[in-house]
Design a protein around this ligand. Structure first.
Ligand code: 13P
Length: 254
């Protein structure tokens, strides 16, 4: 972390969070946040679509709320999908696009991700664009190629440090307990920032937040969040327990 970029601690609940669970989790975090009115970090919760409205009510603006995906179209005949405007209407200010689980489970290509990101920006949402290599690509020494080509393909025109966050999530670290080492994370985050500098200019690149995701937990967050080019976390499993998620965020307090 550096002082010039405000850390973002984001929880991706994935397909978890029935009513009681969602309410408890949101309440637990709001209670903690209320006791820390000048917290030096942003906290974002991304519940499943079905829980967004009720979680938004509990959060009452004290924490931010986002969707986990949106459709690229503004509206229309897309059964089962949710538009960026619908997320905004439900209280969201953020949306995650291009998560590796969406890329894998739903065959989302970089072009699809870019169009979703574009739609999100058009609806006035902030977008978190996820990228990251598989284990096979890392073993083949292709991590940087994958990251650069996902950035080139997925980041839309108009992206800037006010509306876009990049999340580096090595696929092999997601939900596996195998976290990237600080050296691995810093190396890729620095590369992402170099790419951003070429594409958006030095100033934007120095301001845009780049999150790490993949088995971030209370016991490994300190060393990851201390890295120069890591500006927060996109957290799955550990975001489902208020205590753990809050404990991770405490590493943003210097
Ligand atoms: P885990 O923290 O469960 O590894 O998930 C990371 C992730 O995919 C967040 O988007």
């Amino acid at each position: 972390m550096t002082h010039s970029r405000r850390p973002l601690i984001a929880g991706n609940w994935k397909m978890n969070g029935l009513t009681d669970e969602a309410m408890d989790l949101a309440t637990g975090l709001v209670t903690r946040m209320t006791k820390m009115p000048n917290a030096p970090f942003d906290m974002l919760l991304c519940p499943p679509f079905t829980a967004i409205r009720m979680v938004a009510e509990v959060l009452a603006g004290r924490l931010m709320i986002g969707g986990q995906d949106c459709h690229a179209a503004e509206k229309g005949a897309h059964t089962g999908d949710v538009s960026a405007a619908m997320l905004a209407d439900a209280g969201c200010t953020f949306v995650i696009v291009g998560h590796s689980e969406r890329r894998t489970d739903h065959g989302e290509t970089n072009a699809v991700v870019r169009n979703k990101a574009k739609a999100a920006l058009a609806a006035g949402l902030h977008v978190i664009i996820c990228i990251g290599e598989t284990e096979a690509k890392r073993d083949a020494g292709a991590t940087m190629d994958v990251v650069r080509s996902q950035l080139s393909g997925s980041v839309p025109g108009g992206a800037n440090s006010d509306n876009t966050v990049i999340a580096y999530e090595p696929v092999w670290a997601i939900g596996t307990g195998r976290v990237a080492t600080p050296a691995q994370a810093q190396e890729v985050h620095a590369e992402i920032r170099t790419w951003l500098a070429v594409r958006l200019g030095d100033e934007q690149a120095s301001q845009i937040r780049v999150l790490y995701g993949g088995s971030m937990k209370p016991d490994n967050a300190a060393e990851l969040l201390a890295l120069m080019d890591v500006d927060g976390g996109l957290i799955g499993g550990a975001s489902l327990m208020a205590e753990d998620f809050w404990a991770i965020a405490q590493n943003c307090i210097s």
